[in-house]
Design a protein around this ligand. Structure first.
Ligand code: GTP
Ligand code: MG
Length: 205
């Protein structure tokens, strides 16, 4: 599959600002600094499309990117970079605003066909566990991606999948994709899952 183009469209806070064109949307969600923007760049084969930073909390609005592919099923879609949650240094008022913004998007957006939840397999936190539970409860069971696997030792890699499933208390049938935005390990696997979700949405409309 070829990515024909990948372009930033807009940053949004309110539903009224979301793109008017109805395309399937894939949202990337996870704690601050877990590697969401890096994953988007890796997946799309672009180095600097989504803004990557060592400073957690870089992405503050919901960012839409329009992607065109030559894949007959995937076609054209939006990649959505959602601000990271759980960054302790952000003021309470800002946090509440982020919560509302993310909540509104994830609950109501009918174009949304997959939520990719990124976790760091070495440091799963209570917030990750409650996020999985919440996503399942609102009818958005996530595709879980365990990021930064290039940092793991061989033995840690072998334990990763079962540990992630167990710690997150992941319902059966929900996939976990080990991923590295440095080596691009996991890219084909993730594309296959996204193709399936986009295909289901296209079949419905
Ligand atoms: P926010 O926008 O703040 O929520 O962060 P984010 O989730 O978008 O994380 P970002 O992609 O900006 O990456 C955070 C840091 O982790 C950066 O220093 C990246 O270079 C690094 N990083 C991301 N993915 C990987 C990976 O797969 N492997 C390694 N080794 N480092 C990674
Ligand atoms: Mg980011």
């Amino acid at each position: 599959m070829k990515i024909l183009s990948a372009e930033f469209v807009k940053s949004c806070r309110l539903a009224a600002d979301y793109p008017a064109e109805r395309l399937p949307e894939i949202a990337f969600l996870g704690r601050s600094n877990v590697g969401k923007s890096s994953l988007i760049n890796s997946l799309l084969g672009r180095k600097t499309l989504a803004h990557v930073s060592r400073t957690p909390g870089k992405t503050r609005l919901i960012n839409f990117f329009e992607v065109r592919t030559d894949d007959p099923i995937i076609g054209r879609f939006y990649t959505v970079d959602v601000p990271g949650y759980g960054y302790a240094k952000v003021a309470q008022a800002v946090k509440a605003d982020w919560g509302d913004m993310i909540n509104a998007y994830l609950r109501r957006r009918s174009e949304l066909c997959a939520v990719v939840l990124l976790i760091d397999g070495r440091h799963i936190q209570t917030l990750d566990i409650s996020t999985v539970r919440w996503l399942c409860a609102i009818g958005r069971p996530p595709i879980v991606v365990a990021t930064k696997v290039d940092k793991l030792k061989q033995a840690e890699r072998q334990r990763l999948l079962s540990e992630v499933r167990e710690t997150l208390q992941l319902p059966d049938g929900l996939p976990v994709v080990p991923y590295s935005s440095v080596t691009h390990q996991g890219r084909e696997h993730l594309w296959a899952l996204l193709r399936e979700r986009i295909g289901l949405m296209r079949a419905r409309t």
